[in-house]
Design a protein around this ligand. Structure first.
Ligand SMILES: O=C(O)CC1=CCC(=O)O1
Length: 262
C-alpha cells in the first residue's frame, strides 16, 4: 500500500513485481477499487511490474467534493505514472477506467504503448441516465444504487449464487461524493473523435451479459482504432475480472505476448 500526494489529491496505489519488469497499469470501474483485479493477478504471466490505483473518490484515495471532470481523472493517472517514472505501459482500463485510458493515450502517448479497453466505450450512457443516478446518490440511497448496479454488472447465475454480495456491500458503503464526482465525469465525456485518432495496439474486451456496456458498444469504440482486436467473454457481465478471471487473464496474457510487451 502506498500513497502519491499531489496538490489536490492523495492517490492510493499498489506497485508490485520487479521494478524493472514490463509495466502494466490497472484502472478500475465506478464504485469498485484496486480489489477489482485481485482474482486475475495470480493468473498473469510472471515478471510484470503491476500497478493498480484507486481513482479519486474511491477506496483509500481521498475524496474531494464532486463534481470531477474526465480531464481531472486523466491527469490523476498521468501524475501517478510520472510519479512512478513509468513509461510505455500496458494500460488496462475497465469502464470509467477505460475512459481514462482513452484520454491518457491521447494526452500522453509516451506513457502507454498498448491499451486494453475493457467493458467501456467512448461514451457511456446519457446525461439523463447519469443525472438520475446522481440524484439517487445525493438522496443518500446508495443501497438502491448498489442493488441496481449489481443487476447490470453481474449475470443472473452469479447473483443467484450470491457471489455478488461483497460488491453489493462495497457499493452500498461507497462515499456518495466519490460516486457523484465520477458519475459526473462519465456524464460529460464523449471521446469518439479523440479516440478515432489513436494509433496504438488495442484489445477490446466485452462481457456477453454486460448490462452497462454491452458487447456492441465496446466493439463500436475499439473499431474506431485501426488494427484493434476484440474478445467476447461468455457468461460474463460488466466486470469479467470478477466473474470470469481465468478467461480474462488468458486474454491479457495473449495480448501482452502479441504486442511484444513480454
Ligand atoms: O454503473 C454502471 O452501470 C457501470 C459503469 C459505468 C461506468 C463505470 O465505471 O461503471
Amino acid at each position: 500500500m502506498a500513497f502519491a500526494e499531489f496538490d489536490d489529491i492523495r492517490l492510493h496505489y499498489l506497485d508490485e513485481g520487479p521494478r524493472n519488469g514490463p509495466p502494466i497499469v490497472f484502472a478500475h470501474a465506478l464504485g469498485t477499487g484496486t480489489l477489482l483485479w485481485d482474482a486475475i493477478l495470480p493468473l498473469l504471466p510472471t515478471g510484470l511490474r503491476i500497478i493498480r490505483y484507486d481513482a479519486r473518490g474511491h477506496g483509500l484515495s481521498s475524496c474531494p467534493p464532486a463534481p470531477y471532470s474526465m480531464g481531472t481523472l486523466v491527469r490523476d493517472a498521468e501524475r501517478l505514472l510520472d510519479h512512478l517514472s513509468v513509461r510505455e505501459a500496458m494500460f488496462v482500463g475497465l469502464s470509467i477506467g477505460g475512459m481514462a485510458a482513452q484520454g491518457l493515450a491521447v494526452k500522453r502517448p509516451d506513457l502507454i504503448r498498448a491499451m486494453v479497453l475493457s467493458n467501456t466505450a467512448a461514451r457511456i450512457g446519457t446525461p439523463e441516465l447519469w443525472a438520475a443516478r446522481i440524484a439517487t446518490a445525493r438522496a443518500g440511497d446508495m443501497a438502491e444504487l448498489a442493488r441496481a448496479s449489481c443487476e447490470r454488472w453481474f449475470t443472473r447465475a452469479f447473483i443467484k449464487e450470491n457471489k455478488h454480495l461483497p460488491w453489493l456491500d462495497l457499493l452500498t458503503r461507497h462515499d456518495p461524493e466519490g460516486y457523484i464526482g465520477c458519475a459526473s465525469a462519465i456524464s460529460g465525456t464523449d471521446f469518439y473523435t479523440p479516440t478515432s485518432g489513436l494509433r496504438l495496439p488495442v484489445l477490446g474486451i466485452a462481457g456477453s451479459e454486460d448490462g452497462s456496456t454491452p458487447p456492441d458498444l465496446v466493439r463500436e469504440t475499439v473499431d474506431l482504432i485501426p488494427g484493434s482486436r476484440f474478445q467476447l467473454i461468455r457468461r460474463a457481465g460488466h466486470v469479467p475480472p470478477v466473474d470470469q478471471p481465468g478467461d480474462y487473464a488468458r486474454h491479457l496474457g495473449d495480448f501482452l505476448r502479441a504486442t511484444g510487451h513480454i
